[in-house]
Structure formats: structure tokens, C-alpha cells
Design a protein around this ligand. Structure first.
Ligand code: HIS
Length: 316
């Protein structure tokens, strides 16, 4: 954020301090342990895991051995790399952290402040619910007019498995879904060999709204086992959320810039910004690279975006 005068800038930092402290106090009282994440990541390891990330946007640094490091664009990756190699059977972690992520945005390096939450090593029917509830309690504290969008990466993964696209087609379809480009998606798919599952892929951008609305839309469309599993997980969440919250909607075409999600994905918005204030999801299979399949789920709060909205609101 740019400021015309120092006084405004001081007000902004004061607000950021209070905001951060409020969220930290909440998470501390909920029993999460605070950790301090590293700002460095190995370039090659990072790119291998996060294949959808724009390589040019990473901020590179050379260490003494001329190895390329980057200033972290994603703290969760660093946390998995830090703890999983030493993971002991039965271990559970409930952690939170404040940190910055870094990206080139064309004109310079953009620093982003965030507060993250992760639960690693625990999976029961309550864990997803627990994370969603923490996200909801944080976001609702700052605005009555918030929206939580929930997707499940298994649905799209199931579709893509049945489509068996080559890498180029896969990447292009994912990009069109990411940008929610309905028209181009239709045109692109019409040029590819037809498979039954494409009936669902062609309609996937309409599969959003309440859970019941989505079920209606799905009527008659092709579903495989993985897609059904994704839907069932959302049904369970919906059963528990029903009557408690009308500020939840579902989106089966949700694609994240991060490729490690493997189950529910969540996004939180508040009135006054079209950018995500909260984002996260389940990433169990991400931990497999260390030889164990450890359940993991978490989210982050985009502090800069949140403060921008609150600050604008206050200026009104
Ligand atoms: N690190 C993710 C958010 C997240 C935390 N835990 C799981 N997901 C992001 O930057 O979008």
C-alpha cells in the first residue's frame, strides 16, 4: 500500500499490529503452537512440488555454493520440508505462524504478509470441520459480509484422470479452469477426442452454489469413483454446516495455483475486495514424498488484503 503521508502509514502499521495480535491470540487460545518459518527454499525442490507456479515470479538468491535458493512464495511447502523428514509415527502438530511470501510482479518484488495455520498428523471427521470453523471465526470477526467457498480437488483430479490428456492439453485445460474462461474451455475441448467424462468437464464451471444446487446440476453427468469421493466429502461438510451458516458456497471447478491440494480447498472473501482473504486446503499426498502419507490441512489469512479492506472501510 502507498501512503501520501507518514501519519497515515503509522496508522496502517498500528492496525496491522493489532490485527496480527488478535489472530495470534485466537489461535494460541485454540491450542496452536507458534513457529517461525524460514524465508528460504531450494529452487529446484520448490518447482518440482509446485509445478503450476510461475517460475519467473520466484525471487532467486545464490548461497555460498552457488546453489539457487528462492525467497519463499509459499510457507506451507517450507513447513512440510522442515518437519516431514523427521516425522515420528503418531505425531501431531497444530501450528500457526506469521510470515512473508515473495514474488516478482513485473515491476518489482512483492512482499505479502500472512498468518498461517496447519494441522499435520491428524485426520478424523472433525479435522476438516475444525479448520473450516477456525477460518470462519477469523473472517467473520472482520466482516459480517463474508463468503467461504469450498471445493474439493479430488473432483477435478477424477475428471482429469478419466480424460487422460497429454501434458500440454492438461496444462491448458487447468489454465482455462483457473481463469474460469467458459467460452474458451468449450472451444478448446471441442478440438479434443471425446470421452464420456467431458460431459462433466464442459459443465464444470456451472457446478457451484449450494450443495443441493450442485447435486441438481450433476444429475445425468458422468462421475467416476474419485469424483464421487470428492462430492461425498463435501456432502459431509455440508451436513455439518447446514443451518449454521448461509455464508458458505461450493465450487467444484476450484483450481489452486498450488498443486499440492488433495481434498477440500477453501477460500474466504469479504465485501470490499474481490481477492482472497483466506485460502487453504488439505494436502495429505504432499507429505508422501517423505515416504509417509501424513494427513495435513491448513489455511492462511492474507493480512495485507484484509487490512486494506478494513482501512478503506474506516476511511468512509
Ligand atoms: N500456503 C497456502 C495456504 C495453506 C496453508 N495450509 C494449506 N494451505 C497458500 O499460500 O495459499
Amino acid at each position: 500500500m502507498k501512503f501520501l503521508n507518514i501519519e497515515d502509514e503509522m496508522k496502517y502499521f498500528q492496525k496491522m499490529f493489532v490485527l496480527r495480535r488478535e489472530i495470534e491470540d485466537f489461535l494460541f487460545e485454540e491450542g496452536y503452537i507458534n513457529i517461525e518459518p524460514s524465508i528460504f527454499e531450494g529452487y529446484d525442490e520448490f518447482i518440482e512440488i509446485n509445478s503450476r507456479i510461475n517460475k519467473k515470479s520466484t525471487v532467486k538468491v545464490l548461497d555460498n555454493n552457488s546453489e539457487i535458493l528462492i525467497l519463499t512464495p509459499d510457507i506451507t511447502t517450507g513447513i512440510v520440508n522442515k518437519f516431514l523428514p523427521r516425522w515420528e509415527y503418531g505425531q501431531k502438530l497444530k501450528i500457526f505462524y506469521y510470515g512473508k511470501t515473495y514474488k516478482h510482479n513485473g515491476t518489482g518484488i512483492k512482499e505479502n504478509r500472512e498468518m498461517g495455520v496447519e494441522i499435520i498428523g491428524e485426520k478424523n471427521s472433525n479435522t476438516d470441520q475444525y479448520i473450516l470453523s477456525a477460518a470462519r471465526r477469523i473472517i467473520s470477526r472482520y466482516s459480517d459480509e463474508y463468503l467461504l467457498e469450498i471445493g474439493n480437488s479430488k473432483f477435478l483430479k477424477g475428471i482429469m484422470q478419466s480424460c487422460s490428456f497429454n501434458k500440454e492439453n492438461y496444462d491448458n485445460v487447468m489454465e482455462l479452469l483457473y481463469s474460469k474462461n467458459r467460452q474458451e474451455l468449450k472451444e478448446y475441448l471441442s478440438g479434443l477426442p471425446f470421452r464420456d467424462v467431458m460431459s462433466t468437464l464442459l459443465n464444470i464451471l456451472d457446478l457451484e452454489g449450494t450443495f443441493d444446487e450442485i447435486m441438481e446440476q450433476l444429475d445425468g453427468l458422468y462421475l467416476n469413483d474419485l469424483m464421487k469421493q470428492g462430492i461425498e466429502e463435501l456432502r459431509q461438510i455440508d451436513n455439518e454446516m447446514k443451518n449454521t451458516d448461509h455464508r458458505v458456497s461450493y465450487d467444484l471447478s476450484m483450481v489452486s495455483e498450488l498443486s499440492y491440494y488433495d481434498g477440500i480447498i477453501l477460500r474466504g472473501y469479504i465485501k470490499g475486495s474481490n481477492k482472497e482473504i483466506i485460502r487453504g486446503g488439505r494436502y495429505d499426498s504432499f507429505t508422501k514424498q517423505y515416504g509417509q502419507n501424513i494427513p495435513a490441512i491448513g489455511f492462511k489469512v492474507e493480512l495485507d488484503e484484509l487490512i486494506k479492506v478494513l482501512y478503506k472501510e474506516e476511511q468512509k
